[in-house]
Design a protein around this ligand. Structure first.
Ligand SMILES: [Zn+2]
Length: 177
């Protein structure tokens, strides 16, 4: 998934559904939504794309807020936000070829691929039929690590972005009325 979508979608979800959360916290921690992709720099596209990194990084944020003597409420919110932001990254990356959820315990990539197929098998005169083609995919780690180029924006990302913007706007409008 593209960095822009990784960042904007979860932030908009939080702003729309938790409007009373401290905005400095919501925006300040939003960098976590793209943090996992920094493992590209390390040259190992699995180091930060797993459930253990999500937990350890969230605990680290908790620790920072604790050491900074933030209020209990602020610290707890920071912990929840970190968990949400980091997990959202893994969730958005779950398409093909999958993500190394349990790395370093397991070297496999796990993913879910959902496609909607249009078929005109009975001849176009009989109409098109749509059917869902969900599939669980388990791939070898090498498939993920060899993926060097990723699209900056794709159709699915743009559609997802639009849906979230509309949802956000409608919930904001409701509060205004
Ligand atoms: Zn990623």
């Amino acid at each position: 998934m593209e960095p822009l979508v990784h960042l904007i979608v979860p932030v908009l979800i939080v702003l729309a559904f938790k409007p009373r959360l401290d905005k400095r916290l919501v925006l300040g921690l939003s960098v976590l939504t793209v943090l996992p992709d920094l493992d590209v720099i390390v040259g190992h596209r699995s180091l930060f794309h797993n459930i253990f990194f999500v937990i350890i990084a969230s605990l680290f944020v908790l620790l920072l807020f604790f050491l900074a003597k933030s209020s209990k409420r602020m610290t707890a919110n920071a912990g929840y936000l970190s968990l949400f932001y980091l997990s959202s990254h893994l969730l958005f990356d779950i398409g093909r070829p999958g993500i190394p959820f349990f790395y370093p315990i397991s070297d496999r990539l796990y993913g879910v691929s959902i496609r909607v197929l249009a078929s005109s098998a009975g001849g176009i005169a009989n109409g098109l039929s749509l059917h869902l083609d969900p599939a669980f995919v388990i791939n070898d780690l090498s498939l993920g690590t060899t993926m060097v180029n990723s699209p900056a924006i794709n159709t699915f990302g743009v559609m997802l972005l639009l849906v979230v913007i509309i949802l956000g706007l409608s919930s904001w409008r409701r509060k205004e009325w």
